[in-house]
Structure formats: structure tokens, C-alpha cells
Design a protein around this ligand. Sequence first.
Ligand SMILES: [Ca+2]
Ligand SMILES: [Ca+2]
Length: 90
Amino acid sequence: MTEGVRLARWCWAGGRYSLGLINFHRGDLNCDGSINFGDINPFVLALTNWGAYLQEYPNCGVYLADIDGNGYVDFGDINPFVALLSGQGY
Ligand SMILES: [Ca+2]
Ligand SMILES: [Ca+2]
């Protein structure tokens, strides 16, 4: 599995909100804890329309689509994402 990405999230606990860092894995675009075919549509959405992605997956982060880790979400992440899905890792 690829390296994790830490995203800050507000969490409700103990009667108040607190800011916490949650680990996600690059490629887990629907943030369900695994990387599989269910991440394809969210990946395409993150690649083509960040706003729509963030609306549909408000608890995820668009940078989970930065599979090659170069700081950009772009077409260069497609082949690494396919490799990730096919179990070749990245
Ligand atoms: Ca997933
Ligand atoms: Ca990238």
C-alpha cells in the first residue's frame, strides 16, 4: 500500500469539536479504508472537478488522488492509480 496522507478533520467527541489528524491512503478516494474499483469514479471526479468531488466526499481530501506524490492532481496520476488498483503498488 502507498504511504498515508494525514488530513486535519474536525471531530465531535465529548460534547465538543476537536481538530484531529486522520490517516488516509493515497488512492482511497472514497475514504472507506480500502483501495478498489469503488475508488475509480471518485478518482475521476477528483481529477476533473475538485469542487464536485469535495461536495460528494466532504470528509475526504482531493490530494488522495495525488498518487505519485508530486503535489499535483493531474493526468500523471492516472497510470500510478491503475497500477495501485491492479495490485502492483506504487
Ligand atoms: Ca476506497
Ligand atoms: Ca500527482
